[in-house]
Design a protein around this ligand. Structure first.
Ligand SMILES: Nc1ncnc2c1ncn2[C@@H]1O[C@H](COP(=O)(O)OP(=O)(O)O)[C@@H](O)[C@H]1O
Ligand SMILES: [Mg+2]
Length: 269
């Protein structure tokens, strides 16, 4: 097996949820000696992580007083791609998203972000990493309804301590991109659902994140607005080379992404 074949093999095996131990066992069946496998792993696999913005290994999440929400999930996501995480309600989609987005910590397993293991980072280091690299869009819009659209879309910049002048410039640019320039001084409460979600996409993108996490972003929208929001998300993802991780229970939306990961009862199928 050539180097690139081994790499592809291991990535494919990880993507279907096999643990590294299981992959090594497979390779041994193909006639690789344990020493060669170990050398191969160390020499070939670890460097390949650098193209993986997210690499989750054997993630288990147990909530207190309930069964395991995730029961050993491994997946890696390449930079600049769009990935749909799909599954029925209660299958563990949001739990998985929260963990790979560092909003929550796993009970066991390891999460690498751009090749950096996160388990030993302090909470403030994790928060800094997330603020720098990730943007979020949720089903519930979490807008400040009594604030203007411009203030809502530039909120992350205000938190970062960026001057009002620069915030206004970047905010107006973003509103223009979203076709909402004329709404800048209106209160967010007055927007339609589709416009609210567009504003949320702008807020997620304004800090130039590498990855956008969208958990059921069209869950509160009708079909036409859903299609619009998906188009905006995917167009911006492609134009800007962003990684998009979309959580949805809708197979039609999942089809729009480069890749689909199906989760059932806390395991990747
Ligand atoms: N904060 C929590 N505390 C306890 N159980 C939870 C919590 N969040 C989710 N769960 C449980 O974990 C499982 C997976 O939930 P979730 O990840 O929200 O699924 P999905 O997003 O696919 O609907 C469900 O059984 C759910 O009830
Ligand atoms: Mg959910």
């Amino acid at each position: 097996m050539a180097t690139h074949e081994l790499r592809q093999y291991v990535q494919a095996a990880r993507n279907v949820g096999l643990s590294d131990a299981q992959i090594i066992e497979h390779l041994e069946q193909f006639g690789w000696t344990p020493t060669l496998v170990e050398a191969g792993f160390n020499a070939l696999i670890e460097p390949s992580l650098t193209s993986m913005v997210i690499d989750a290994r054997a993630i288990v999440k147990t909530y207190e007083g309930s069964t395991n929400a995730l029961r050993g999930v491994s997946l890696s996501i390449e930079k600049g791609t769009s990935v749909a995480i799909i599954g029925k309600s209660g299958s563990g989609k949001s739990t998985l998203m929260h963990i790979i987005a560092t909003l929550d910590r796993p009970t066991s397993g390891e999460l690498f972000i751009d090749g950096t293991a996160t388990s030993h980072l302090s909470q403030s280091e994790i928060d800094a990493l997330r603020n720098k690299k990730f943007g979020f869009v949720f089903q519930q819009f979490f807008l400040n309804g009594r604030d203007t659209c411009l203030d809502n879309v530039t909120l992350p910049l205000a938190i970062m301590g960026i001057s009002r002048k620069e915030r206004t410039e970047r905010g107006m640019d973003m509103l223009r991109t979203l076709g909402m320039e004329e709404k800048a001084q209106q209160k967010a409460n007055n927007l339609s659902g589709g416009q609210k979600q567009r504003l949320c996409i702008g807020r997620a993108l304004i800090s130039h994140p590498e990855v956008i996490f969208a958990d059921e972003p069209t869950g509160n929208l009708d079909t036409e607005n859903s299609a619009n929001i998906m188009k905006i998300l995917l167009d911006l993802q492609k134009e800007r080379g962003i990684t998009l991780i979309l959580v949805t229970h809708d197979p039609d939306l999942a089809k729009l992404c480069d890749r689909t990961i199906t989760i059932k009862d806390g395991l990747i199928l």
